[in-house]
Ligand binder design. Structure first.
Ligand SMILES: N[C@@H](CCC(=O)N[C@@H](CS)C(=O)NCC(=O)O)C(=O)O
Length: 225
């Protein structure tokens, strides 16, 4: 079934370090998997505008426009794009939703807390101040406990809820962050899962377009300088 193109809203420009991991990649990946064409619109990361707050109360991205509908939260966006596609089959809707929420809450809650502390050490002017070592260690242990639990679940599974689904887009993207920060060591099933998910052509296209977006922004800025 073909449908009208949607619009994914992301930032106009960002520095190097978050590129590849800005959450518009989740929307791009879902659109690619679902065969939905999309355009990209941008907002400045700074200063935040009233227009931004009106469509995303937390002044973040991604945002999706689909006709009259405007949606924020990457999980809601992926679920919306997955509707009526093999990413969200009716028979597994409840289980897929469960794992999608687990990815964003139980897993990203723990990995994100630790990753933010790592970022505060690397970029204190943006994410600082750095947390005391014992606080970082507590966050690391909390993350490892969640990863250990997920490692047990993923053993013997290719995907988290049957065939590849909307939940895998969220879970694999959440796990890309500790993977990139070398925090998945000792978790071979999760490491293989991230490699399997990111080898998908739809992810590769999403990543290439996501990176091309920042390169085009750099080129525009260089031309203006
Ligand atoms: N729970 C939100 C988190 C969105 C989020 O953290 N977006 C980041 C980019 S990946 C952002 O806009 N950060 C800038 C800011 O918070 O000012 C979602 O999944 O959509």
């Amino acid at each position: 079934m073909s449908r009208d193109p949607v619009t994914i809203v992301t930032y106009e420009w960002l520095p190097e370090f978050p590129r590849g991991f800005v959450r518009d990649i989740r929307a791009r990946w879902a659109a690619e998997e679902a065969g939905v064409a999309y355009a990209v619109e941008t907002l400045p990361v700074m200063p935040k505008s009233v227009a931004h707050r009106q469509i995303q109360p937390f002044e973040q991205v991604p945002i999706l426009r689909d006709g009259d509908l405007t949606l924020f939260e990457s999980g809601a966006i992926v679920l919306h794009l997955a509707e009526g596609t093999p990413l969200l089959p009716e028979a597994r809707r409840a289980e897929i939703t469960q794992w999608l929420i687990a990815a964003l809450n139980s897993v990203e809650g723990a990995t994100g807390r630790w990753a933010l502390m790592q970022m505060a050490e690397r970029h204190p002017a943006i994410f600082g101040p750095p947390s005391p070592p014992e606080v970082v260690e507590h966050a690391r242990q909390g993350m490892v406990a969640r990863l250990d639990a997920l490692e047990r679940v993923m053993q013997g599974r290719d995907w988290i809820a049957g065939d590849f689904s909307a939940a895998d887009i969220l879970l694999a993207d959440v796990l890309r962050v500790p993977a990139a920060m070398e925090a998945l060591a000792g978790h071979p099933a999760l490491t293989a899962y991230v490699a399997r998910a990111t080898a998908r052509p739809a992810f590769q296209r999403a990543l290439a377009d996501h990176m091309a977006h920042w390169q085009a922004a750099d080129a525009r800025m260089a031309a203006q300088a």
